[in-house]
Design a protein around this ligand. Sequence first.
Ligand SMILES: NC(=O)c1ccc[n+]([C@@H]2O[C@H](COP(=O)([O-])OP(=O)(O)OC[C@H]3O[C@@H](n4cnc5c(N)ncnc54)[C@H](O)[C@@H]3O)[C@@H](O)[C@H]2O)c1
Length: 371
Amino acid sequence: MLVGTVKEIKNHEYRVGLTPESAHELVAHGHTVLVETGAGAGIGATDEAYVAAGAQIVATAAEVFARAEMVVKVKEPQAVERAMLREGQILYTYLHLAPDPEQTADLVKSGAVCIAYETVTDASGGLPLLKPMSQVAGRMAIQAGATALEKAHGGRGVLLGGVPGVLPAKVAVIGGGVVGFNAAQMAAGLGADVTIIDRSPEVLERLSNHFESRAKTLYAGKANIAAAVAEADLVIGAVLVPGAAAPKLVTREMLATMKPGAVLVDVAIDQGGCFETSHATTHAEPTYVVDGVVHYCVANMPGGVARTSTYALNNVTLPHALAIANLGWKAALARNVHLANGLNVAFGKVTYEAVAKDLGYTYIPAADLIG
Ligand SMILES: NC(=O)c1ccc[n+]([C@@H]2O[C@H](COP(=O)([O-])OP(=O)(O)OC[C@H]3O[C@@H](n4cnc5c(N)ncnc54)[C@H](O)[C@@H]3O)[C@@H](O)[C@H]2O)c1
């Protein structure tokens, strides 16, 4: 198959759909890989690295879209990219269609076969192509929080792990899923005093068994959250109620009970945030202060570590890309129901039920098109 990748054009997006290593893997399976010049620049992958991997460099995204049978990207296609899609062409990338009627209409009109990373499932009911970005954000949350705790960044001047003779910082992680687990692991690894708060007894039991004495667990009752927040040097917001806005678990009143210079990192900001005083920030200006409490609310945290994020993403997207290239999309999806769950739009039909329902399209099950 002719597989192509382009330079991402969304503002401040530095990741790339295919690393040189992924290109090499596709070439080794007999496929041809087209790469827009400079596509890997954001992760330090040169055109030469892609050529060494066996890929062909082309001058423009237009050429990639015109020739490739499958385009592999990271972010949803922007309007100029959507205009270049054609019927039957495979688009494999994050799409997030439900809140985006304009994009959905363009993809329907294009006739392209659009497979969304975020709805591909796995045998345990998880979303394996979203998970690595939550792992990155969870780990980064502690780095970002540690930096914000430094005096020069507005924090109270506390080192997470303390030193011999001085107590470590108290870190409260609200939400013990993928983000929360990874944040807790980093904080515990640095020697901080970590408490993980969740409302699910199963999650609490799993975390308690995993961390043993390295982190405490606490049920997410209102009084428990208020007490943990008042004591904490650093609070990580990591809750998720799938498909819904994040619940506001830390209220403005609670800020008055916190230590001056304490830090809130709201990873759940992409779902509206779980602190009442959160609003989305950027890597250029990641923090602001409310009532003496430093807030870090960057909505695309993985973008800050584009290289790590790209490799983590490619680790999970490449096996499916290879299956699609080797078998063709119909056979690949027919063989793997989890990959079939990724099909959102194909040949003008909306094949993902939630998207069809939210945006008023007739839902056509993916199976009807796969045959
Ligand atoms: N800012 C970023 O760059 C970035 C990057 C990746 C993920 N995220 C976001 O981080 C959030 C967490 O993602 P995840 O992958 O860890 O989700 P997850 O589903 O793995 O975990 C969410 C956890 O929240 C818990 N929870 C739900 N409601 C709760 C409540 N009221 N009180 C306490 N706990 C509650 C759940 O039991 C679950 O354990 C999501 O909003 C996700 O979109 C943001």
